[in-house]
Design a protein around this ligand. Structure first.
Ligand SMILES: *Cc1c(COP(=O)(O)O)cnc(C)c1O
Length: 242
């Protein structure tokens, strides 16, 4: 097995163990393999191991992979990066999911631009769970109103919530406590939303360092990049200019 195959199997193993620890069924938690900046052949290797859901942050880089891997049956692409309103069409036409929806203007544009031959675009509301000012995402107390607005858009299918919590030091008990509180708040919000939106089934939280905590708190999707595909170089991380 290659390094990539080993890493992929190691993450699957961690998810399985985290589910066992939390008394949850492994198939309740989707692994989103975050392939941003990585070449299409690495996506293909993961696909051959059974992986189907892939996450991309940068539009041009993502679209090239979506197009070159069109022949892979059942592959599912999630856009998880910041989205400017003049770039919505590319997401509406190429992706199955958008996980970072936080503005009604973007939602309306996606609704208009989603091609009629495709099923509605699955969307997650990004929640600014840490309340940090510079952070993307809808404030906690705005989520319910925003969800109501999205539900009126026929070409969008509201599937749930996503968050990127505060960067804490997981070596310190205080850091762990902060993170757990934020995950628990997300789970509460998710449960509330499900009362009024029965199609909601996805809570996207947890990354490489904290997937166990996220799964214990009720996450249904963890987003893992580096621990599967290896580190990204700073140059690769530079933002799209297209
Ligand atoms: C890059 C990214 C990830 C994966 O991060 P890694 O540290 O590479 O595992 C998860 N979620 C989002 C929103 C990201 O941008």
């Amino acid at each position: 097995m290659s390094t990539l195959q080993h890493r992929y199997q190691a993450i699957r193993h961690r998810i399985r163990q985290a589910c066992e620890q939390a008394n949850r069924n492994e198939d309740e938690v989707r692994l989103l393999a975050v392939s941003k900046t990585k070449p299409a052949d690495m996506v293909q290797t993961c696909y051959a191991q059974g992986q189907r859901s892939f996450g991309e942050n940068y539009l041009q880089d993502g679209i090239e992979k979506v197009e070159s891997l069109q022949n892979l049956q059942g592959i599912e692409w999630h856009f998880i990066g910041p989205l400017q309103s003049n770039k919505t069409r590319a997401v509406a036409t190429h992706f199955h999911w958008l996980e970072t929806l936080d503005r009604i203007k973007i939602a309306r544009r996606l609704d208009e631009q989603r091609p009629p031959e495709l099923p509605p675009l699955n969307v997650l509301i990004q929640v600014n769970i840490s309340g940090e000012e510079q952070k993307a995402g809808v404030a906690l107390d705005q989520v319910s109103d925003f969800a109501d607005e999205i539900q009126r858009l026929e070409r969008l299918n509201l599937r749930g919530l996503m968050c990127i919590p505060e960067a804490v030091d997981l070596q310190s008990p205080a850091g762990v406590t902060t993170l757990k509180q934020q995950f628990d708040q997300m789970k509460q919000l998710f449960d509330q939303l499900r009362l009024t939106c029965p199609q909601v089934d996805t809570l996207s939280m947890g990354m490489s360092a904290d997937l166990e905590l996220a799964i214990a708190a009720g996450s249904t999707e963890v987003r893992i990049g580096t621990d599967i595909f290896g580190a990204r170089s700073p140059r690769q991380e530079q933002r799209d200019t297209s």
